[in-house]
Design a protein around this ligand. Structure first.
Ligand SMILES: [Zn+2]
Length: 121
């Protein structure tokens, strides 16, 4: 049996009842939550994606989030998620913004040196 079916069969029955396995392997969530699948577990509401991942892999490590590796917003298959550090996007955005600011400053200095009016990039 493929691992992902085994993973699904290990989930609580009321969770399984809300999932339909698509031909591409996605677990389409038919439960509440719209674009952010929500599972009403015995311990209270949980994000269905995180619930399924933790059920298969154990607790999500601190400072990590799940990153979707498929294109279905309503897929909750833990095999379609990868773990990444929580702030990686923020860091990348910051690095890109810093680089852009450096370039802008460089050209502002060049413009000043050449006696040209400042321009924006
Ligand atoms: Zn998927």
């Amino acid at each position: 049996m493929p691992a992902m079916y085994q993973t699904l069969l290990e989930c609580p029955e009321d969770f399984q009842d809300l999932v339909s396995v698509e031909p591409d392997g996605c677990w389409f969530w038919g439960g509440p939550g719209g674009r952010d699948p929500l599972y009403m577990s015995d311990d209270g509401p949980r994000w269905a994606t995180m619930f399924a991942w933790e059920h298969a892999n154990g607790d999500l490590p601190d400072e990590h989030v799940l990153s979707r590796a498929c294109n279905s917003r309503r897929c909750v298959n833990p095999h379609h998620f990868t773990l990444r550090p929580r702030d990686i996007r923020g860091r990348m955005a910051t690095a890109a913004a810093r680089k852009k600011a450096e370039v802008r400053e460089h050209w502002a200095r060049e413009a000043a040196r050449l006696g040209l009016p400042p321009r924006t990039l």
